[in-house]
Design a protein around this ligand. Sequence first.
Ligand code: NIG
Ligand code: FE
Length: 410
Amino acid sequence: MRKQFIKNIKGLVQAGEELPTVRRGKQMQTLPVLENAYLALEDNEVIAYGPMSEFPAIIDWREVEVIDASNCYVLPAFIDSHTHTVFATSREEEFVDRINGLSYEEIASRGGGILNSAAKLQNMSEDELYTAAIARIEKMIAAGTGAIEIKSGYGLSAEGEIKMLRVIKKLKETLPIAIKGTFLGAHALPLEYKNNPEGYLHMLIEDVLPQISKENLAQYIDVFCERGYFSVEQMNMMLEAGAKHGLKGKVHVNQFSVLGGVPAAISKGAISVDHLEEIDAIDIDTLAKSTCIATLLPGCSHFLSIPYGAANELMDADAIVALASDFNPGSAPSYDLMHILSLACIKMKMTPQAAINALTINAAAAMELQDTHGKIALGRKSPILLTKEIPSLAYLAYAYTENHIQRVFI
Ligand code: NIG
Ligand code: FE
């Protein structure tokens, strides 16, 4: 048994037995920080924590690794509830095209973008995709990520989508952190179906979904509901089909335009609506009255130079806001949630407290991991972060190119 005692912690963040399962609206400004604290782990399970003044007498110090966390903070690891971590290769050629004046949508309409990733993925085996993903996930863990949602969506054929989802399932079965898989067959229209979107969606529904069910390959279903991609009606059809196989919705909506996808997805029971760079009053009002989580992706806004999500308007209205990386080769080539924290604070004017809630408690709920992840509590075994010496919690967001992570407990 491995026993670890972290003592003299400057601030133990998001620890408690009575913490809520999500924080919404103004509650997101509340972030519990226990100053001058200790935390005891046994095989990574939290067995005790509290103020140093109540530091318990340890029975056998010889067997315990004692870690002095003076001037350091301890937090639950961040949760990445929206990623496309399984992909073939990077797409920096498109990045250069954008520097030279093309937009993301123009690149996509020339067969670049998602179709470019799909063409590359076709030539890779499950093993090659798995190996490439493992290398990325190791870096994600070292950067402080403690659970990851991963989407398909670069297969765009029955074979390709199943291949991706099997890779995600294998990652889930072999890695020490929680992983959930999302079926995003409706990510873009493959060329073979250029004039037959309904045919493509029916193929996904009739050929792919039953196989996903049979092999238990996904927990969620996603659709890129966007001008030039899939309509609200098509999203509704996919969400209904997914629901028949027990898959809840987590959807890409409002990245470039407001089509009415937010209220539609909520009425279909989606657990989160993601992106929301564009938003209107109806969307905000509907989110404020629902338990659906608004997941904002500032890494995508930064990289594509598109608007940032309206975090404060959503919180003022009482919505539940989460943050995620959207890690993918086209619109967000970074998995670094510490950078997402900075962008949220700098560009979206979220307070560090609200942004940390959005990356822990609320992000865990956006992956339905609220009972195991997102907070530090007795009996939990989920990943924990120890920062380097820092003057305050806000410094994590402020010193935005420094590596703040000293150690990750998994
Ligand atoms: O979340 N918008 C749709 N999907 C991804 C980008 C995919 C890509 O460009 O490869 C996103 O931004
Ligand atoms: Fe995405």
